[in-house]
Design a protein around this ligand. Structure first.
Ligand code: CP
Ligand code: NVA
Length: 308
C-alpha cells in the first residue's frame, strides 16, 4: 500500500512504471465510449473517497470516471459539507474514512493537511493539489509530452509566470524524469528553492532566467499556469497581473522556442492573460491532451497505490 503524495517523494522507477501503465491502459480503451468498463476491473469492490476543499473540474471528473472504468465506486465529498470543515481534526477524519473506504484523494489548502491525512489514514492517500504541489498534473504532463515527442529525458522545459504549486511539481518532475528546467518570472514569484535544489541533486539543470525571451530559447516545452491560484488572495490580482504581463506566453515568445516546441497549461486557463488564445488554440498546444491524460495517469496512480 502506497500513498501518492508528491513526485519528489515517490520512487523514480515507480513513477516510470505508472506512466507506462497509463499509456497501456489508454491504448486498450482506444475509441471506446467513456462509460465502457476496462477489460479487467482492478478496482472491483473498492470504494474511493474524493475530498475537495477547493473547486475542481478535471481532477473531480477524471478521478471519478477513472474509478468507475476500473470497476470501483466513488464518494465525492466537499470539505465544507464535512465535519472536517467544522472543527473535526484531520487525523480523526482520516481514521474514520479508513473504516469506510479503500483509498482517499484529497484536494486541500495546506500541505500539512495532506500529510496529516496520510499519517493517520490506514488506506493510501493521493494528493489532488495543495497550495504547494500538484503531482497528478505532472504525471499527465510527462505522459502527454512523451506521446507527442518521445522521451522527455534531456529535453528543455520552460515555465513562464508564477512559481506556484504546479511549477513546484514540474521541477520535481525534472529531477525524477531527467529533463532540464528553466523558470522565468519576477523574483517575488520564484518557485521554492527546495524544489530547485531537489532537481539539481538528481543531476539535471534547474535554473532561473529573468528574461523570458532568453529563457525560452531552445525550449522543447513551454508551460504556463494561472497568475492567481486558488489559494492566493484576490487582493493580489492586480499586482500579480502587472508583475506577470511580461511573462505572457504569446506567439512572439513561442517563436523563440524550438519550432516544434509544445505548449502546456494544466487548465483552467485565463485566455489572453497568461496565454493568448492564438497559442492555446495553436498547432503546438496540447492542453486538452493533458486534461485527458489526467484520467489515464490517475488510473495508473490508483492501481499503484492499491497494488492492483
Ligand atoms: N488542472 C486541474 O487540476 O484542474 P481542476 O482544478 O479543474 O481539477
Ligand atoms: N495553480 C492553480 C492550479 C489549478 C489546477 C491553482 O492552484 O489554483
Amino acid at each position: 500500500m502506497n500513498s501518492f503524495l508528491d513526485i519528489n517523494s515517490t520512487d523514480k522507477a515507480d513513477l516510470r512504471s505508472m506512466i507506462d501503465m497509463a499509456r497501456r491502459m489508454k491504448e486498450a480503451r482506444d475509441g471506446q465510449p467513456k462509460g465502457t468498463p476496462d477489460a479487467d476491473l482492478p478496482l472491483k469492490n473498492r470504494m474511493v473517497a474524493l475530498i475537495f476543499e477547493k473547486p475542481s473540474t478535471r481532477t473531480r471528473v477524471s478521478f471519478d470516471l477513472g474509478v468507475r472504468q476500473m470497476g470501483g465506486q466513488t464518494m465525492v465529498l466537499s470539505g465544507k459539507e464535512m465535519q472536517l470543515g467544522h472543527g473535526e481534526t484531520i487525523a480523526d477524519t482520516a481514521r474514520v474514512l479508513s473504516r469506510y473506504v479503500d483509498l482517499i484523494m484529497i484536494r486541500t489548502f495546506e500541505e500539512a493537511t495532506l500529510l496529516e491525512m496520510a499519517e493517520y489514514a490506514s488506506v493510501p492517500v493521493i494528493n489532488g493539489l495543495t497550495n504547494r504541489t500538484h503531482p497528478c498534473q505532472i504525471m499527465a504532463d510527462v505522459m502527454t509530452f512523451e506521446e507527442h515527442r518521445g522521451p522527455i529525458a534531456g529535453k528543455k522545459v520552460v515555465w513562464s509566470g508564477d512559481g506556484n504549486n504546479v511549477c513546484a511539481s514540474m521541477i520535481h518532475g525534472a529531477g525524477q524524469f531527467g529533463y532540464d528546467f528553466t523558470f522565468t518570472g519576477p523574483p517575488t514569484l520564484d518557485p521554492e528553492p527546495e524544489a530547485l535544489a531537489f532537481a539539481r541533486a538528481q543531476g539535471v539543470q534547474a535554473i532561473i532566467e529573468r528574461d523570458p525571451v532568453k529563457a525560452v530559447e531552445g525550449a522543447d516545452l513551454v508551460v504556463a499556469d494561472t497568475w492567481v491560484s486558488m489559494h492566493d488572495p484576490q487582493s493580489a490580482r492586480e499586482r500579480r497581473h502587472n508583475q506577470l504581463r511580461a511573462y505572457q506566453v504569446n506567439a512572439a515568445l513561442m517563436a523563440q522556442a524550438r519550432s516544434d516546441a509544445l505548449f502546456m497549461h494544466c487548465l483552467p486557463a485565463h485566455r489572453d492573460d497568461e496565454v493568448t488564445s492564438e497559442v492555446m488554440d495553436g498547432p503546438n498546444s496540447v492542453v486538452f491532451d493533458e486534461a485527458e491524460n489526467r484520467l489515464h495517469a490517475q488510473k495508473a496512480i490508483m492501481r499503484w497505490c492499491l497494488g492492483v
